[in-house]
Design a protein around this ligand. Structure first.
Ligand code: CP3
Length: 367
């Protein structure tokens, strides 16, 4: 099948509640979606968190003079930036270029993404009165997302597009702290000190996150990933009592679409079992737990994603191959492995090292 055939196989409008992957047999049959369903694959699929971004000179060029949040609202730029790593590295999936705070900006919160810092919120959410600022997200608030996803799925053909959102806890951390935080002290103070307010905050965020994922799925995304990047800051008992219900609500609310749902966090070795109970189809692990042990903690019936340390890419090529082989060896015999890093691509990573890693994993796992 040629690229043209694949493009032509896409329906002109991929909108609607049906699982979009069903529309194109080659897409539904892609290595990435097969691995998510724990079916046999021609090779282990590979994609990288933060594959679009500062590691790519072509990204830095198109972003010149344009703010991060502004770029997320321009479908032409989103499409170009999302496609860049697919073209360059030959990864098995694209991830929609956006940010976890985009839906919060879209409901009118006064926040910005500062270069080298991250999301910063002008007025942190600390009281019940502050909750009123968290109104529900309507699809009309993010029409540029619908448009960009449609443009992208038409361009991508048989390559799956992964949509994503921030999980309620990680979003709450930015909102309550007012920005990135090492200790999450204000967030935890609310969680322990006012459990009712905390539960209401996470519930509102679960609904906003769900609405944002629905927009992406209905426009044509083939899978979705829920990023709970900072959940690893929590003890398992607190995660279960105070966070798991809200994340479960999100997974339940999008289950009927039938698109694979991925759950990921950093430093979550002790939480993998609980994160699996939230109901995803795939669980991502960082590099601190070998994948065979991660799979044991995640339990039966789920695919696993991960988990090369992103810093390994700064080592010489042979060392990268040795460490990639360790990941593949740990994943041997696991039905459903998606190769990824244990967290996002670091901005100073040599893009050629990433391209080589994709080739290496494909060759090494060709069956
Ligand atoms: O390729 C991809 O993975 C898709 C793009 C993507 C971005 N943010 C683009 C981005 C994704 C999936 C995210 C999610 C995100 N954003 C998370 C969860 C994933 C993770 O890394 O744990 C989190 C915690 C955020 C919040 C956030 N936004 C941070 C910590 C930063 C980095 C700040 C910095 O400058 O170092 C951002 C900004 C951001 N989001 C950038 C990109 C490419 C860098 C800004 C830029 O290029 O100007």
């Amino acid at each position: 099948m040629t690229a043209d055939d694949r493009t032509a196989a896409q329906p002109p409008s991929a909108a609607g509640p049906a699982a979009p992957a069903a529309a194109d047999p080659a897409l539904a049959d892609s290595a990435f979606l097969r691995a998510c369903r724990r079916e046999p694959v021609p090779h282990t699929p590979v994609w990288f968190m933060r594959q679009a971004g500062r590691s790519l000179p072509e990204y830095r060029k198109v972003r010149e003079g344009i703010g991060m949040l502004d770029s997320c609202m321009r479908p032409d730029l989103v499409t170009e930036i999302t496609l860049q790593p697919v073209r360059r590295h030959g990864v098995d999936a694209a991830i929609y270029f956006s940010d976890i705070v985009v839906p919060l900006k879209a409901i009118g919160l006064d926040l910005d993404i500062r270069p080298g810092v991250g999301p910063v919120v002008e007025r942190p959410v600390r009281s019940r009165a502050d909750l009123e600022r968290l109104r529900p997200l309507e699809p009309g608030d993010v029409e540029y997302v619908t448009e960009a996803v449609r443009m992208l799925t038409a361009e991508l053909g048989a390559t799956p597009l992964i949509g994503f959102a921030g999980a309620p806890f990680t979003l709450a951390s930015y909102l309550v702290e007012g920005g990135p935080s090492r200790n999450h002290e204000h967030t935890k103070a609310m969680m322990y000190g006012d459990p009712e307010l905390w539960a209401d905050l996470l519930d509102r965020l679960a609904d906003i996150t769900t609405a944002f994922l629905k927009v992406q799925i209905e426009a044509g995304a083939s899978a979705v990933q829920l990023f709970d990047s900072w959940a690893g800051a929590l003890a398992p008992a607190d995660y279960r009592a105070s966070v798991l219900p809200a994340s479960t609500k999100v997974f339940d609310a999008v289950a009927h679409y039938g698109v694979p749902r991925i759950h990921f966090g950093v430093g979550t070795g002790e939480l993998l079992g609980a994160m699996s109970e939230a109901g995803p189809d795939v669980v991502g692990a960082d590099w601190r737990v070998p994948l065979d042990e991660a799979a044991r903690r995640i339990g039966p019936g789920k695919a696993v994603q991960g988990n090369l340390d992103p810093a390994v890419l700064f080592a010489p090529r042979e060392a990268v191959e040795t460490q990639a082989r360790r990941v593949l060896d740990a994943a041997r015999g696991l039905p459903g492995h998606i190769f990824n890093l244990g967290h996002g691509v670091l901005p100073d990573t040599d893009p050629d090292a990433l391209t080589h890693l994709v080739e290496y994993v494909h060759e090494r796992t060709a069956r």
